[in-house]
Design a protein around this ligand. Structure first.
Ligand code: ATP
Ligand code: MG
Length: 586
């Protein structure tokens, strides 16, 4: 590509609207432009990168046996009612009516449509296994779109769906997709971790997120420093060590705490640590059933974890905090809630960090009073313990006993083992080997294409701009001439030769100052660059620059193309070795 024929509108200044580096750089490099909140156009450079990333994804999906389809963006309400998601999806699902008053939504993901699609044609076990994928626009009316294409409303997602006869075969399909994901993100030069995740509104059982570690990431990942355990904060567990011996704890005793309404105030009044106190929280489920949660005073509740345990143990869904007026109606004092003598019917969950044999201080359920010497296993009945809190740095890994650390990350992909959730709700069956009807086992697998591109920039940039890895770069080679006619001729020769050898080359043939051309090439991040200047030309030389290391070598004219090809081939060789280590079906 000759730059003079391209439309790469680069910007010198950082646009105000950009909050994170990848967003700034995508705007400055002329890759994207905002149309409305969370809605972006891709300009030629950005779209070229999206296409490249899509192709990597496509190649790996096909190599893993998946078949590409295209499903409609606009989907009828009826299908979403069959799965039950029309009601529970909430405001993120963009809904509208057509001229005949029929209701539709814009696909945020496509489990319903793909299940329905297969239902029409699936008959025999012989047609399984099957994996269908698409790379398509999705729409989610995100409450706070931000960070450019990282969290937007309209975005490109690769979504794949596997269909199997048995749960064992479905788990194999899940593993194959997991491996394809490792290959995809390795090829795009991303440092990532596979992280255990909560299954959220898509539902189902096992689920892992592929997370790119970056300080600007919105997700909190709890990762072991010593083994490969990593989980989303919403799912992470830790080993808690409590002493084996029960201490002898005196009888419970109420004491006055006038005016005290918070853990901090109580700790201050008693000159003790918040970890000696028990925090009591009252939640209500969608059927108005009450759940009491106990946490150590210095710990923070993770509602997603509590919701998952409450659903598993008691079938409680849609948990929310009890309102002030509800507490008043139950005659419960918000500032001194406690588990003991709790006046209304409820279920109880206790966070694992609380030592049930130790002595704590908690609220007395009487305004202005607390209770000391509560020993949970002595003073409460039916204690169920689980991890309900946000884990902190330095906690103990439940797998290997190593140290857990909290890291920030960007979720770029997600793999789910769904089981029969959708096939059961929507009646997706097949006739098995013995002639009996059976429900299909499913999995679903997403990758945010635009978000992965942004994540790649978050990990690969410096003060000059983007530094594309060779696996995901708009052009492998950039050429710029900075001097007179001779330098232009040499640049053109190299351009023609490299292009004819099949390399992707961007030649900055614009009549602009050397400074602007060099800055632009570095900003858009071309990994290998040939620079032809007047002085070097006099010495029959040009510069070979490696963007990542910022190193420049003087190379004799005539040798630059072969030197460059060697560099590219050697990097490709290293990638090949990494992919061979991962393995896979290619
Ligand atoms: P998040 O927790 O970040 O909202 P999600 O769990 O809702 O994401 P999935 O339903 O698993 O996302 O979607 C699959 C992939 O689509 C995600 O891994 C992510 O890469 C991408 N994605 C999801 N929401 C957005 C968005 N608003 N903007 C850009 N990409 C997105
Ligand atoms: Mg997710």
């Amino acid at each position: 590509m000759r730059w003079s024929k391209a439309h790469f509108p680069t910007l010198r200044e950082s646009p105000q609207e950009a909050e994170v580096l990848s967003h700034q750089l995508m705007l400055r490099a002329g890759m994207i432009r905002r149309l409305a909140s969370g809605i972006y156009s891709y300009l030629p450079l950005g779209w070229r990168l999206i296409r490249k990333l899509e192709n990597i994804i496509r190649e790996e999906m096909e190599a893993a046996g998946a078949l590409e389809v295209s499903m409609p963006m606009v989907q009828p309400k009826e299908l979403w009612e069959e799965s039950g998601r029309w009601k529970i999806y909430g405001k993120e699902l963009a809904r509208f009516k057509d001229r005949h008053e029929n209701e539709f939504c814009l696909q945020p993901t496509s489990e319903e449509v793909v299940t329905d699609l297969l239902k029409r044609d699936l008959k025999s076990y012989r047609q399984l296994p099957l994996n269908l994928f698409q790379i398509q626009l999705k729409f989610r009316d995100e409450i706070r779109p931000r960070f450019g294409v990282m969290r937007c409303r309209e975005f490109i997602m690769k979504d794949a769906y596997s269909f199997d006869r048995t749960s064992d075969e479905a788990k194999e399909a899940y593993q194959r997709m997991r491996q394809a994901y490792r290959r995809i993100f390795t090829r795009t030069g991303l440092e990532f971790r596979a992280v255990e995740a909560d299954t959220g509104s898509i539902g189902g059982r096992d689920s892992e997120e592929f997370v790119v570690l970056a300080d600007s990431g919105e997700d909190e990942v709890i990762a072991c420093q010593d083994c490969d355990y990593a989980a989303n904060q919403e799912k992470a567990v830790a080993k808690t060590k409590h002493s084996d011996s029960a201490s002898s704890v005196p009888e419970m005793e109420e004491f006055a705490t006038p005016g005290v309404r918070s853990i901090e105030e109580l700790a201050k009044l008693l000159s003790c640590s918040a970890s000696d106190l028990v925090k009591t929280m009252i939640l209500v489920d969608s059927e108005q059933r009450v759940l009491v949660l106990l946490l150590r005073g210095d710990h923070e509740l993770n509602l997603v974890k509590a919701q998952a345990v409450a659903d598993r143990e008691f079938g409680y869904k849609g948990l929310r905090f009890a309102r002030e007026d509800e507490l008043q109606a139950w005659k419960l004092p918000a500032g001194s809630l406690g588990p003991q003598g709790f006046p209304i019917e409820h279920q109880l969950l206790v966070d694992e960090a609380l030592d049930v044999k130790a002595s704590y201080i908690c609220g007395a359920n009487r305004d202005g009073f607390h209770t000391r010497n509560i020993q949970l296993n002595r003073d409460l009945s039916e204690i169920r313990q689980a991890v309900l809190r946000n884990l902190q740095d330095g906690e103990c890994c439940s797998r290997c006993g190593g140290r857990l650390k909290s890291l920030r990350g960007i979720e770029v992909g997600h793999v789910f083992y769904l089981g029969k959730k959708y096939s059961e709700a929507m009646g997706l069956c097949f006739t098995d080997e013995s002639g009996k009807e059976a429900l299909v086992e499913m999995g679903c697998y997403g990758i945010g294409v635009g978000r992965s591109l942004a994540a790649c920039i978050e990990q690969n940039h410096d003060e000059w701009g983007i530094v594309w890895p060779l696996g995901l770069t708009p052009y492998q080679v950039g050429i710029a001439h900075l001097g007179g006619v001779e330098t232009k001729e040499r640049a053109e020769m190299a351009y023609v030769e490299l292009t004819s050898k099949g390399f992707e080359v961007l030649w900055d043939d614009r009549e602009l100052s050397p400074g602007v051309k060099l800055k632009d090439m570095d900003l858009i991040g071309i990994p290998f660059q040939l620079i032809y200047g007047d002085k070097a030309y006099q010495k029959s030389q040009c510069e070979l620059k490696v963007r990542k290391s910022k190193t420049k070598d003087w190379v004799a004219l005539g040798e630059e193309v072969s030197k460059l090809v060697d560099l590219i081939e050697s990097e490709k060789g290293q990638m090949k070795e990494r992919l061979e280590e991962i393995g896979g079906s290619r």
